[in-house]
Design a protein around this ligand. Structure first.
Ligand code: HEM
Length: 190
């Protein structure tokens, strides 16, 4: 009698690589921006430039991850988890995608409205020339200053949303791992 193929219990290599590389880059970017005020004055500008480079990298990786995800279904959560937890985990994952893209995108919008943009061209890691968003960069000066402040507020608000979601995401994983004693972390480990 033919046996049915087993339902995968773990994420695949590319999914695991996307997950941990993006998580590590976001952590670096947060640490950089939290500590930038304590850097010597002449390190501040290079630190913010590095923040922008890492952020654009996250944006590109998150878009690639989203596209890749459309054709690669993740392993389902065990049906032994209550429905509310499975729905909650799914909702958190969707919101994490929104933030992985929205957070760096609003940073890029903020930077595109920078009034000294012409004197500070964007160069990823000091090597790869990158562009500002033309529709924002070409706004008239007073409008640009207004949007520069607004986009910064959006950028900061999404960072707070990320902190909340991160806590929920980790708490959910730890609950399944430690309380329910399921191999939850192993699903996302190489
Ligand atoms: C992983 C993606 C990113 C994360 C997690 C992140 C996070 C943050 C946070 C938490 C702040 C402080 C907000 C506040 O004080 O309210 C900030 C500031 C800032 N971000 Fe980002 N950001 C990311 C991507 C980007 C990108 C792609 C750009 C531009 C290309 C950018 C440009 C900036 C700038 C210019 C500031 C203000 C720095 C200063 O003058 O002190 N960010 N970011």
């Amino acid at each position: 009698m033919a046996t049915l193929p087993a339902i995968p219990q773990r994420y695949t290599g590319p999914a695991i690589a996307f997950h941990w590389i993006i998580a590590a880059l976001i952590a670096c970017n947060l640490i950089l921006i939290w500590t930038v005020d304590s850097f010597p004055k002449d390190w501040e500008r290079p630190a913010i430039d590095l923040h922008k480079s890492i952020g654009i990298t996250v944006l590109l990786l998150a878009l690639m991850r989203l596209i890749w995800r459309q054709t690669h279904t993740p392993p389902p959560l065990p049906t032994s988890y209550p429905k509310i937890e499975r729905t909650g985990a799914h909702a958190a994952h969707i919101l994490l995608y929104v933030i992985m893209i929205g957070l760096p995108f609003t940073g890029w919008m903020h930077d595109s409205a920078f009034k000294l943009a012409a004197q500070h061209p964007l160069k990823l890691y000091g090597i790869v020339p990158w562009f500002r968003i033309p529709a924002i960069q070409n706004l008239p000066q007073p409008e640009k200053e207004h949007w520069h402040a607004v986009f910064f507020q959006w950028h900061g608000a999404l960072a707070y949303a990320l902190y909340v979601l991160f806590v929920l995401h980790v708490a959910g994983a730890l609950k399944h791992q430690l309380w329910d004693r399921k191999p939850e972390l192993q699903r996302m480990l190489p």
